[in-house]
Design a protein around this ligand. Structure first.
Ligand code: LIP
Length: 264
């Protein structure tokens, strides 16, 4: 099966799951707590992941899936899918229209295919290794993604976020925020790591960093940024992650990475 076919299948699944969560956004929903009172999951997170798993298992029965709500499949395969059925669940739950479906396939721990769909803006971000990254708009137009060449913080619009365990964690991002916000053009906490990364790939954000993310949050966004000419690394500047890790991630255009790392 070609990479192009795998990408097209992932796009179709993301669009279908996106329509489900868009319906959920406009509907009553049940809300449960996960790791803390600020870590939410809805019936639509679960339903969307079930739908995505059913479609992936049907199309690629020998692949493995790691999903935010149902966890990691057991077994061995060089092909692993990272699925966040609703990235931005807090926004989704509170009626803030900024969330997405994020689906990525890694082969031998390297990004192969990535798709992020924002069903509110009807923007489909997608890419595959070596083939570039693109966004298809609601009107159907397709634009290639390209990170910016911004090289200084005072010209940079940045994104970030906070971990769910920030009430007790030493790595709560507050020291970093207080240092960087005084130097950058603007700082945004948009509430979806996947869309933050898609926006870096699209040149809408010049850079993004966040601690304690999971691969299902960022798997697709990592590929998009890399295929858009950007760089993604761990907070210590190391090369991308063995997907089992919790991720302290920095993503930006090529000129801003070291500037950001020096502040973190
Ligand atoms: C969320 C991320 C967000 C981060 C949250 C959480 P979820 O993903 O998109 O950027 O700050 O802690 O990880 O839980 O909505 O899929």
């Amino acid at each position: 099966m070609t990479q192009a076919h795998i990408l097209e299948t992932a796009k179709t699944i993301a669009l279908e799951a996106g329509e489900l969560i868009k319906h959920g956004f406009e509907s009553d929903k049940s809300i449960d707590l996960k790791s803390s009172t600020i870590d939410l999951v809805t019936n639509y997170d679960r339903a969307a992941e079930a739908l995505i798993r059913q479609r992936l298992n049907s199309a690629f029965p020998d692949h493995l899936i790691v999903g935010e709500e149902e966890g990691a499949d057991e077994g061995e395969s060089p092909h692993v899918w990272y699925v966040d059925p609703i990235d931005g669940t807090t926004n989704f739950t509170h009626g803030v229209p900024f969330f997405c479906v994020s689906i990525a396939m890694y082969t031998n721990n390297k990004p192969a295919v990535g798709v992020i769909y924002d069903p509110i803006q009807q923007e489909l971000f997608y890419g595959s290794a070596g083939d570039g990254a693109f966004v298809q708009s609601s009107s159907g137009t397709i634009k290639q993604l390209q990170t910016t060449n911004t090289a200084t913080l005072n010209q940079a619009l940045l994104g970030t976020g906070f971990p769910y365990d920030r009430a007790t964690s030493d790595l709560d991002n507050l020291e970093q925020i207080s240092r960087i916000v005084k130097q950058c053009r603007g700082l945004r906490r948009l509430g979806s790591a996947a869309l933050d990364l898609a926006y870096v790939a699209a040149g809408r954000l010049d850079g993004y960093w966040e601690f304690k993310l999971n691969m299902y949050d960022v798997g697709a966004g990592i590929l998009l940024v890399q295929e858009a000419g950007g760089v993604v690394c761990n907070i210590d500047g190391g090369t991308p992650f063995t997907p089992a890790d919790v991720v302290h991630l920095v993503a930006s255009g090529p000129e801003l990475k070291d500037v950001l790392l020096n502040q973190l």
